[in-house]
Design a binder for this molecule. Sequence first.
Ligand code: ZN
Length: 283
Amino acid sequence: MSQYQNILYRAEGPIGTITLNRPESHNAQNIRLINEIDDALKEACGDDNVRVIVLEGAGRSFSSGHDLSIASADKDSLDTYEDAYYQRRKTPETLFDHEAEIYVNRCLAIRNAPKPTIAKVQGHCIAAGWMVASMCDLIIAADNARFANPVARMACVGAEIPVEFWDLGVRKAKELLFTGNKIEADEAKTLGMVNQVVPLDELDEFTTAMANKIAQVPPVTLKLLKQSMNRSLDAMGQANSFAEHFVLHQFGHQTQEFKEFMGGRSDSSVKAFVSRRDKATQA
Ligand code: ZN
């Protein structure tokens, strides 16, 4: 059914479903998984029978973010497919192009897909997990969904796209990015970043019903409606916001703080490094 390794894709009636399928790592996004989402997206967009695309995660979570082994000093854990991209992280120039291509452009392909997209989120939706979910037109969350972007603690200037600002508004976005705190599904709904919250065991059924309802709208109408909404976001400055953030994010990867983090985590785990650094900075 599926030629993919790290995702699954299935088309049932008018619904094309892309499943992030690395449940053992809470669907941590390695390069293959990201590229396969892109391939499946093209497959769904090219299939006239598919009118709505659902993005979901297998297992307990939607996605825990980027697979950090891609940036790890421990290259033994990478296969050759991942390693080709790892090599591109080694200079500022190639890192910029690598992240623009794999992280930003792959996300924007979801954002700009000519068919409506629904992210179906349970469990962890962290950092780049949130970034991907946020590219979808709607987010349906299970009651156990939680959203956070704690990467500032890893000396990262957010993820590659500043979705928190657009999803939450500036005040709450700053709080979450500065503290790394999480928000639960109900609060996310109150803040307007998710459309609906449903019990976990009703998530599949609810999302399918929503997708079927949307699929009743003729496809060109849906495409134009989506374009209208997205062009309004562009007019509000979203495209510039994304571009400005990405440059700052890239500069952040070249700072001494980031190099210290990368050096520290290669000697110990991320958790151990951060807790050592935390102890040194507490009043
Ligand atoms: Zn980055």
